[in-house]
Ligand binder design. Structure first.
Ligand code: BES
Ligand code: MN
Ligand code: MN
Length: 457
């Protein structure tokens, strides 16, 4: 099947141009200002599925942004693969840190620079193009269903209900997702775990109005100072999280599992120099790979309050805010952790302030098996195109829907992503390698080939 590589090479310019059209649509789901653009993006995905040859293509409304569905059922006796991805993107802010405008894609040094290039438009579109290629060349060995959503970056709040209401429509043998990264372009890997998430916003209120920091300073609680103290107290000197009960459900890894995780290629000096940090930092007793993939975390994502404009203004603010995320590992429940956080955070507030904890979205952690047929098919596909067996590796990010596929549809997911951790997803100058994009299109048809073969055997 090296004819696949030839076909991808022959069409590479077309594949890139078509992706660029999608990257020009600012489908930012978090910001209501972009609502029309997100809807326009759903239409564009629909059109791309139709022109690739999918049937039953429709835009399924939800209380939020719609889900785009399309399928190709060639033979009911063949296995069916449900392809999931998301067409929404993270906000581009801070926009002034982008070298080129985020929604005007350019290729530089072999990389496609644009918001959503790697997360997840580029990776979604690999599937659309691979499907088109298989269909045009009579090499589609499975039935395919596409389900591309528009609210992943804001927590997929309407997805569980969509799954529950569309069990028949979404009936499949497994789910295939490309929304994760590999270790390196010459070290292919398949993600075998994702962390869960509990995300909260906190508001600390002191005096009923902003005050002169000279007239009142020293006499009343400053909510920003208090918030900083409260946040600082959430970790001890070993960087363990101090919320009572936080670790209760965490399953400690066996020595064997730890050895396996730490045997993945990882160069801490390259990591430090790429990030321009003097040293790594994290929980005592764990390596960087363990810390970022197998341990729960607590991080402030944003903190604000008081005066942040030009120059100096002496003010003792009335309010302070923070957005806090906790990444969870297997067996930790997002709802339970959110509750533990809320109770603890309220309990440590001094009398002089009021604290309000508002839960945002959450998601369950997942671990995917490596002995499943779908994992084996993905591994064989990567071996065919990279020339090397991929390494199973647990990732630190979250895709909450993966747990729902299992819980609601009873389906296992294979996380065959082609990005790199250095793609700067969610950051300025997000990019996706041209190599990775084309390699993805080349590898996906092999997945179907091996999946059909292994299922039959
Ligand atoms: N594609 C990412 C998740 C990801 C990236 C997993 C890289 C593994 C490696 C996804 O779009 C994402 O950003 N998810 C959010 C969670 C969501 C609930 C906002 C995340 O991980 O912060
Ligand atoms: Mn994503
Ligand atoms: Mn993302």
């Amino acid at each position: 099947m090296s004819e696949i590589k030839n076909l991808v090479d022959q069409n590479s310019e077309k594949y890139l141009n078509e992706l660029f059209t999608l990257l020009r649509i600012p489908s930012v789901s978090a910001d209501p200002k972009y609502k029309e653009e997100v809807l326009r993006m759903a239409e564009a995905i629909k059109d791309s599925l139709i022109s690739a040859g999918a049937d039953n293509v429709e835009i399924c409304p939800t209380p939020g942004f719609p889900i785009v569905y399309g399928d190709k059922m060639i033979d009911p006796s063949l296995p069916t693969v449900l392809v999931y991805g998301h067409y929404d993107v993270q906000p581009a802010d801070p926009i002034h840190l982008w070298t080129n405008p985020p929604f005007e894609p350019v290729i530089k040094d072999g990389k496609i620079y644009a918001r959503g290039s790697a997360d997840d438009k580029g990776q979604v579109f690999m599937h659309v193009k691979a499907f088109e290629l298989m269909l045009q060349n009579n090499m589609l060995p499975c039935n395919i269903k596409f389900m591309i959503e528009g609210e992943e970056e804001v927590g997929s709040a309407n997805l569980d209900e969509f799954l529950m209401n569309n069990k028949e429509k979404l009936k499949a043998d497994c789910v295939l997702v490309s929304d994760t990264s590999m270790i390196a372009n010459d070290i292919p890997s398949i993600t075998t775990g994702l962390r869960g998430l509990s995300y909260v916003e906190v508001e600390v209120t002191g005096p009923n109005r902003d005050l002169h920091s000279g007239v009142y300073g020293g006499g009343v609680a400053n909510p920003i100072n208090v918030l900083c103290d409260m946040i600082a107290s959430l970790k001890d000197s070993d960087l363990h999280i101090t919320i009572p009960g936080f670790y209760d459900d965490v399953i400690e890894l066996s020595d064997g599992e730890r050895t396996a995780i730490n045997s993945a290629p990882f160069d801490v000096d390259a990591y430090k120099s790429e990030l321009k940090i003097g040293d790594v930092m994290g929980e005592t007793g764990y390596t960087t790979l363990e810390r970022t993939a197998t341990r729960p975390t607590l991080d402030v994502n944003g903190i604000w309050g008081g005066y942040t404009g030009e120059g100096a203004k002496t003010v003792l603010p009335s309010k302070a805010y923070a957005k806090i995320s906790m990444r969870l590992v297997p067996n930790q429940s997002p709802d339970k952790v959110t509750e533990l956080f809320k109770n603890h955070f309220e309990s440590i507030a001094p009398e002089g302030v009021q604290v309000d904890v508002r839960p945002h979205h959450g998601g369950w952690p997942v671990v995917t098996p490596t002995d499943s047929i779908e994992y084996q098919a993905a591994a064989a596909a990567m071996k065919a195109t990279f020339g090397k067996d991929p390494i199973p590796s647990r990732g630190g990010g979250s895709i909450p829907i993966v747990a729902s596929f299992e819980k609601i549809l009873g389906l296992k997911t294979v996380l065959m992503g082609f990005g790199l951790d250095t793609d700067d997803i969610h950051s300025p100058d997000e990019h996706y390698g041209v190599f990775n994009y084309l390699k993805g299109i080349e590898t996906i048809p092999y997945f179907y080939k091996y999946y059909a073969e292994f299922k039959k055997a």
